[in-house]
Design a protein around this ligand. Sequence first.
Ligand SMILES: O=C(O)CCC(=O)C1=CC=C[C@@H](O)[C@@H]1C(=O)O
Ligand SMILES: [Mg+2]
Length: 324
Amino acid sequence: MHPPLSELLATAHVVSLPLAVKFRGIWSREIMLFQGLEGWTEFSPFVEYNDDEAVHWLRAAIEFGWQPLPKLHRDEIKVNATVPAVAPDQVAEVLSHFDGCRTAKVKVGEPGQLLSEDVERVREVRRILGPEGRIRVDANAAWNVDEAEHAFHALAEFDLEYVEQPCASLEELAELRERTHYMDVLIAADESIRKAEDPRAVAQAVAADVLVLKAQPLGGISKIVELSEEVTLPIVLSSALESSVGIAMGLYAAAAVKVLDYDCGLGTASLLAGDVTEAPMVAQGGSIAVQRPAVSEDLLERFAASSDTTAWWLERLERCYNLL
Ligand SMILES: O=C(O)CCC(=O)C1=CC=C[C@@H](O)[C@@H]1C(=O)O
Ligand SMILES: [Mg+2]
């Protein structure tokens, strides 16, 4: 049973949080928050997502706000630094916001940039992390199979942990995986997994070695736990560039799965220049403690979205609620 819509509306806030650095082509993140019986929760599908996708995010938000948490297996989560498609001379400053992280995920294949720029960015990350550091890259499906194969060779010297979503389709990923298997670079699927049935399809197509799971798009913590028990591939929990409230949902999901071998992409509150809590959920010594942040009314006010934006989110909420 879901709480009535009026209960969501009673505490709904829409904020527009500034980013410290451009990420995914945006400089601010629009987010809706509610205070449920269990605590604050977040509903933040990206603005371009349609209602059929966004309804999964709402299910996740309601579960985190109104349902008790499942059994937890750890109380802190190791996270990776996330390095947007910045110039090499900005890499050190970005990494300085991820205290103690031994792993970095570097964005590559940014529209309008050259492969040589990716290579120089990754080179700088390797220089700073040293040989012990773990580096993964994320192409967000930017390459076709030939381009991806070329990029694998160009980046081979940096000893990558994995390449996230090098190509768009499962067929391309499977072909790339076959072509590059001998190089020992793992492939992770992210955009290929937006629905609960997708991880099975990825495994069946032998298209990836690692699965990137995000709590909101997949429908919440219990869905993540269910999926993690069904799939045989290793998983990485990652954020959807949320406020500290959404990050907490991801942290609890990461704490609730039995096996977690990789550092998680849940350090992204460090990419925000403003958050809804005075104590953002950011890495300390490479990890984040699994807990809910204390939300500040002052900060909700300071970052409140415009009345037009708020009205748009309230309509979106109502449409999605009716799809539950
Ligand atoms: O995995 C991480 O290190 C951080 C999360 C992250 O990279 C993303 C969050 C939100 C939207 C995505 O474009 C992006 C990703 O592609 O994984
Ligand atoms: Mg990704």
